[in-house]
Structures are given as structure tokens and as C-alpha cells.
Design a protein around this ligand. Structure first.
Ligand code: CTP
Length: 406
């Protein structure tokens, strides 16, 4: 998870079996260097103890509104004022009803009423309770008061039935928090399209041509843009990576499908980042049946695929920022600069395939960021940090160019 240093987060836990999941959330937030304070309802303490949260967060866990604390004069007001975000999870039907109607009779509800920060509610309960119109109305009311409702998952519930009402997994709750707090929203309202991963070109029903791209760099870029508030479309070739939260994903297989996906989304794109390793050639003929073993040699004829960036260069609209990638095995900077020119790019990210710490499957990369004015070699760093640096440079370049192009 991204660093949350300097952020103060309130976790409010109410009395549902899923309360145990909040221990993992609290622990991960502390490891991300956030200040974490946990509040519990009386009922929540029947499922998990305050001591668990105190040990994980290093801070006192509050249950009783009237208990004196030497650090805070009026704890629920002080905690509410210092928080950057309050997450009520799991939120029972009872707590949701109270919050919707301004009832403030315990530590969780008084603090929520006093908190002016971003407030998120993660309902967790039996399906019938959740679907009851009273609960639905209360959730809608909370939405109108500015609470963000985190949709409950579907699956096995504590009552041994399968239905909707499960608290989402800790990672999902952490994603919501990171989305809100991890970065300033410098790309709010900006539409970013990222292509990622390899493409596959079929030869017969069994075989295809592809490359070693894992998609890690592109997925890291999509996440970074999402954290900065952009509306992100990820056009992904075949990849085993987990989906990037809050990002619209379009799965494609071939270079042709990737071209069509880019063509569809380009008019609604402000920043296009083409990190995909697109196949340059595909078999001229795709066999309907499996090619059987024959003589000792087999010749396969290949034809060029469309160059997607070349198509973009002829169809770009004013204000569009285009960043390409260039993976080389020799003369990296010269080759990348000539692609910057020929594909009419605003920026290109170049790397050597054979450099230690760079390349396809590893979590690190060693890149050089090249624009028309500058060549900036970066040291080896994680692909998520590379994504951060790339987005920083794109933000600077856009701020220089966008007004003059409008
Ligand atoms: N690219 C593309 N369409 C293709 C091939 C590549 O849009 N059919 C894009 C890649 O996504 C990347 C950039 O072009 O952003 C450079 O890709 P690369 O494979 O390094 O270069 P090529 O242009 O294919 O040239 P070469 O393979 O000869 O180095």
C-alpha cells in the first residue's frame, strides 16, 4: 500500500461478525505510516477486543464516550476534528439507522456526527436486513448527507446463507482509503487511457505468438493515475495481474483488438500511455485445425500488425498527451528518440531489456524518460515508483502545453 504518512484515520467498528477483518485493516494502515484511531460500539467489543486494536495501532481504542482520557479533553470531538477520513466498518443496520437520523448515543455515532472529513460506511449484515426498505432508505439518506457507501460483497454470511451483505475483504477497504488519501487529486477530471501487457496472435487453435510482458508497468501506471483522481481506462492484453480498483478495464487479446479499443476511447482521452508490448507481426494464415507434426521444418509466414501509435499520431486531437514506451537491446536513447519523432509522441519511456532490475517479469525497472526537451535517466526503482515519476513528468509537461493547445 502507498504511504499514508501524515494522515489521520478513524476506524469505527460496530457489532458484526466481520469486525475481525478490521484488525487487518488497522495493521496495514499503521504499516503505511498513518495515525490510526479505533472507536468501537459496546456490541463490537463482544466480537473483538479493544486491546487488539490498541496493540495494532499503538493508540488507545475508545468505547465509552464518558471515559476520561489524559490526551483529549473531549475525545469524540478531538478525534473527529483531527481525522482526514472516517470509515465505519462493519456498519450494522442499527448504526446506519442512527447515523441517518442524527442519533448520537455512543462513541461511534457522536464522533461521526462531529466529523467533517470524508466519511465512508461499509454495511455488513444479513441479506434480508440489508434489503429491508428501512435499511435501503437509511443508506440512501446517508449518501445524501455525503457519506460514501461501500457496496457489500456477496457470499457466505454468518447466518450460513449465501447472499449480499458481507463486509468486503480488507484489501478492498484499504483501496478505498488509498483512493481517497494517498495522493493529492492533481488529475481530477482528467481522462487517462493506459495500454498494458502483451498481445497474442493465434497460429492455430492451440498456439499463438506473444512476448514476456507481464503488464506490471501498465497496471502500476493505471493505479497511479487512479490515485491522483483521474478517470482511468486500462486496455489490457492477457495478464494474470489482479484488477486495478476504480479503473475501467477492457480486456483484449490481439493487436487488432487493442487498436480498436484505443480507437474507441481516444476521443474521450486526455492522456494516452502506451506501455503495452504489442506484437509487431502475426501469422498471415490462422489454421482452423491444430497443425500436425510433419517434416522436420515448418515455415510460418508473418505479416505486420497495425502500429497503434502510428494510427494515434494521425488521429490525435488537440490537447492529447501521448506517452509511448521503448524497450531496446542496443542504442536505447537514439532508438527511443527516433520513435518519439516518428510516432509524434510527447514523451517516451525507454529501457534496456537486458539491464539488471529492468525488463518484463520483475517488480523493478530502470528507465530513461525522454521528452523533446530533456533526457532524464532514473535509477533502479519499483515499478510503482517509476509510475509515480512518469505521472509527475506528464503532469509538468501537460501544464506547460495544454493551455497553448486549447
Ligand atoms: N506500439 C504500437 N503498436 C505496435 C507496436 C508498438 O502502438 N504494433 C507501441 C508500443 O506500445 C510502444 C511503442 O509503440 O509504446 C514502441 O514499441 P516498440 O515495440 O519498442 O517499438 P516498435 O515501434 O514496435 O519498433 P521496434 O520493434 O522495431 O523496436
Amino acid at each position: 500500500m502507498e504511504s499514508l504518512e501524515g494522515k489521520s484515520i478513524l476506524l469505527a467498528v460496530s457489532g458484526g461478525i466481520a469486525a475481525y477483518k478490521m484488525a487487518e485493516v488497522a495493521s496495514a494502515l499503521r504499516q503505511a505510516d498513518a495515525q490510526v484511531h479505533v472507536l468501537m460500539t459496546e456490541n463490537a467489543t463482544k466480537f473483538i477486543t479493544p486491546l487488539t486494536f490498541e496493540t495494532l495501532t499503538g493508540n488507545r481504542c475508545f468505547v465509552d464516550t464518558f471515559e476520561k482520557d489524559e490526551d483529549y479533553n473531549v475525545a469524540h470531538i478531538a478525534l473527529a476534528q483531527q481525522a482526514d477520513l472516517m470509515m465505519i466498518a462493519p456498519a450494522t443496520a442499527d448504526v446506519i439507522a442512527k447515523l441517518a437520523h442524527g442519533i448520537a448515543d455512543d462513541m461511534v455515532t457522536t464522533t461521526a456526527l462531529a466529523a467533517g472529513c470524508c466519511k465512508m460506511v461499509a454495511p455488513a449484515m444479513n441479506t434480508a436486513m440489508l434489503e429491508n426498505p428501512v435499511t435501503q432508505d437509511n443508506m440512501e439518506t446517508l449518501g445524501q448527507y455525503g457519506y460514501q457507501i461501500i457496496p457489500p460483497d456477496t457470499g457466505m454470511l454468518a447466518c450460513q446463507t449465501v447472499g449480499t451483505g458481507r463486509l468486503p475483504e480488507p484489501q478492498v477497504l484499504l483501496d478505498y482509503i488509498a483512493w481517497q488519501l494517498a495522493r493529492p487529486k492533481s488529475l481530477d477530471g482528467v481522462r487517462v487511457t493506459v495500454t498494458a501487457g502483451p498481445t497474442e496472435e493465434a497460429l492455430d487453435p492451440v498456439r499463438f505468438l506473444t512476448n514476456h510482458s507481464s503488464g506490471k508497468m501498465g497496471y502500476a501506471l493505471a493505479r497511479e493515475a487512479m490515485l491522483r483522481g483521474a478517470s482511468v481506462t486500462l486496455i489490457s492484453g492477457p495478464s494474470t495481474l489482479s484488477a486495478v480498483p476504480f479503473v475501467r478495464v477492457e480486456n483484449v487479446t490481439t493487436a487488432k483488438e487493442m487498436l480498436h479499443a484505443v480507437q474507441d476511447v481516444l476521443p474521450k482521452t486526455d492522456i494516452l500511455i502506451k506501455s503495452a508490448a504489442v506484437a509487431d507481426y502475426r501469422p498471415t494464415h490462422v489454421y482452423d485445425e491444430k497443425i500436425k507434426k510433419g517434416s522436420s521444418k515448418l515455415t510460418v509466414e508473418l505479416e505486420r500488425t497495425d502500429d497503434i501509435l502510428e494510427w494515434v499520431s494521425h488521429n490525435r486531437h488537440p490537447g492529447l498527451f501521448v506517452c509511448g514506451f521503448s524497450m531496446e537491446t542496443q542504442d536505447m536513447v537514439e532508438n527511443a528518440k527516433s520513435k518519439l519523432e516518428s510516432k509524434e509522441l510527447d514523451m517516451i519511456v525507454a529501457n534496456y531489456l537486458n539491464e539488471p532490475g529492468a525488463g518484463f517479469a520483475v517488480d523493478t525497472n530502470v528507465v530513461t524518460l525522454i521528452t523533446r526537451e530533456n533526457t532524464l535517466p532514473l535509477p533502479m526503482m519499483g515499478k510503482d515508483q517509476v509510475a509515480e515519476r512518469i505521472m509527475d513528468i506528464i503532469a509538468i509537461k501537460r501544464s506547460e502545453n495544454v493551455p497553448s493547445q486549447r
